[in-house]
Design a protein around this ligand. Structure first.
Ligand code: KIV
Ligand code: ZN
Length: 506
């Protein structure tokens, strides 16, 4: 066995899916499970079969659809739960039952109204019962984070003796400090007889923002499985995020620990999970947030333009993000301004750059979003007639005939109208725009938000990918479909201006 290999146990479809509003249909779960397989996770926790007929069915269907990772089903330390899990796993090529019980005095006394001896007996009995169905049994000591180490060691030793192949040490309430959680794993490695017959697993919650740090401390101290979710979604403040812990291990080569994760698939899966689960990723989220590779201060931008490694420890390409971005803000310097001028096709003398820079500083102080159009106006005094303007949107939606959209645009000063259909209003409207400009844009990110607590206006951020480059668009309107079309056109205008500038300078 490779002692430096860390197994990745993904619980997006179980702990992640428990979050209110994140529920998925079985086909959606299958789609995510297949992507998790492509990503290279070792174990997929597919559900808690006794909790609902839908969870039961999802475990069955995921077992059929995915062949490489181990498929795992959750149970309580209850025989009926274990029977259900074994039944749901019947089609899995490689299967695991994940059973367990609370180990902290809180759970033993306040939840089970029991005592340590009786809970130990139940732990051993559940492990042995699960072992009748499958060879691979993982046992969780729920609330291990708040369990006294000596009793925890007793439980871990007993379940390993009963046949557990993996023992999960969850910090269920997200209470531990990294040093404390690391020391807990170290204590178990040093004090549990037979500990090397099983893998110790970290399952950390993020109530104090320490889930990833605790998991890192766990593997540094000898755990060899990490339980994670995509984008860190999960109960309350979430679970350890897959992208964070796997990129920590990849980046810190000094730890000499590795996973099977093919990191270039991370970003696509992060977008898929966020979209399907209706959970926008916070812009400053490590690894996958919109701003994770966006540089806005002058000192950083200058360093980035000279050499990316001055300010980036990760290569965005490694995560599947096409490029870093240099954002123009009031804090940007001349290097960033010149970079953007050249990207738009302007090659200006130093003196003229200085003039544009002074104008830019004034304007950027007043504006939140400094756009390519603002830069063009600074250089040319006005926007050329070229570009697209939205004049009207009309949507007709019928249950029997589907949805069609009619869009009126002013393209380079000329009025044009186009019609298209789609599965819904948004798709129909964006298809109509594509048709009019004779281009197919790839939608990379789409975020709808209210403006403060107002019900009467929505704002939309959209990001499109064109020719390997990403372009942001922004739109505001009382109708979110119109706001979306505006954002789409705003992004397209940035592409158009790039093409126009390049054509002029060619
Ligand atoms: O957080 C937790 O303790 C859990 C267990 C059920 C593994 O999710
Ligand atoms: Zn959990």
């Amino acid at each position: 066995m490779d002692n430096n290999r860390v197994y990745v146990f993904d619980t997006t479809l179980r702990d992640g899916e428990q979050v209110p509003g994140c529920q998925l249909s079985t086909p959606e779960k299958i789609e995510i499970a297949k992507e998790l397989e492509t990503l290279g996770v070792d174990i997929i926790e597919a559900g808690f079969p006794i909790s609902s007929p839908m969870d039961f069915n999802s475990v069955i269907e995921i077992s059929k659809a995915v062949s490489e990772p181990v498929i795992c089903a959750l149970t309580r330390a209850v025989e009926k739960d274990i029977d259900f899990a074994a039944d749901a796993l019947k089609f899995a090529k490689r299967k695991r039952i994940h059973t367990g019980i609370g180990s902290s005095d809180y759970h033993i006394k306040l939840k089970f109204k029991s005592d340590r001896e009786k809970i130990l007996e139940r732990a051993v009995a559940a492990t042995k019962y699960a072992k009748k169905y499958v060879e691979d049994v993982e046992f969780y000591c729920e609330d291990a984070g708040r369990t006294e180490n000596e009793f925890l060691a007793k439980m871990v030793e007993a379940v390993i003796k009963a046949g557990a192949t993996v023992v999960n040490i969850p910090d269920t309430t997200g209470y531990c400090l990294p040093e404390e959680y690391g020391a807990k794993i170290k204590y178990l490695k040093e004090n549990v007889k037979g500990v090397d017959n099983a893998i110790l697993s970290c399952h950390c919650h993020n109530d104090l923002g320490l889930a990833t740090a605790n998991t890192a401390a766990g593997v540094i101290n000898g755990a060899r499985q990490v339980e994670v979710t995509m984008n860190g979604i999960g109960e309350r403040a979430g679970n350890t995020s897959l992208e964070e812990i796997t990129m920590i291990l990849k980046t810190h080569k000094d730890l000499n620990l590795h996973t099977n994760i093919n990191s270039q698939h991370i970003y696509a899966l992060s977008l898929l999970v966020s979209k399907m689960m209706n959970m926008p990723v916070q812009p400053n989220k490590a690894i996958v947030g919109r701003n994770a590779f966006a540089h806005s201060s002058g000192i950083h931008q200058d360093g980035m333009i000279k050499n990316r490694e001055n300010y980036e420890i990760l290569d965005p390409v490694d995560i599947g993000i096409p490029q870093s971005s240099i954002i123009l803000t009031a804090r940007s310097g001349k290097a960033a301004l010149k970079y953007h001028l050249e990207r738009l096709g302007y090659k200006l003398e130093n003196e003229r750059v200085e003039e544009v820079y002074q104008g830019f500083l004034k304007l950027a102080d007043e504006k939140k979003d400094f756009t390519d159009n603002d830069l063009i106006v600074l250089v040319e005094g006005k926007l050329p007639e070229e570009g697209i303007e939205l004049e009207d949107v009309e949507i007709v939606s019928s249950q029997s005939k589907g949805t069609s959209a009619s869009i009126k645009l002013k393209v380079n000063g000329e009025h044009v109208t186009g019609k298209a259909t789609g599965s819904g209003s948004l798709e129909a409207a964006l298809n109509a725009v594509d048709q009019l400009i004779n281009e197919k844009m790839n939608l990379d990110e789409f975020l709808v938000q209210s403006i403060g607590d107002r019900k009467d206006e929505g704002k939309v951020h959209m990001r499109i990918e064109y020719d390997g480059q990403l372009y942001m668009g922004f739109g505001v309107h009382k109708d979110v479909i119109i706001a979306s079309v505006k954002a789409y056109i705003d992004a397209i205008n940035k592409v158009a201006s790039l093409k126009r500038r390049l054509a002029i300078s060619a």
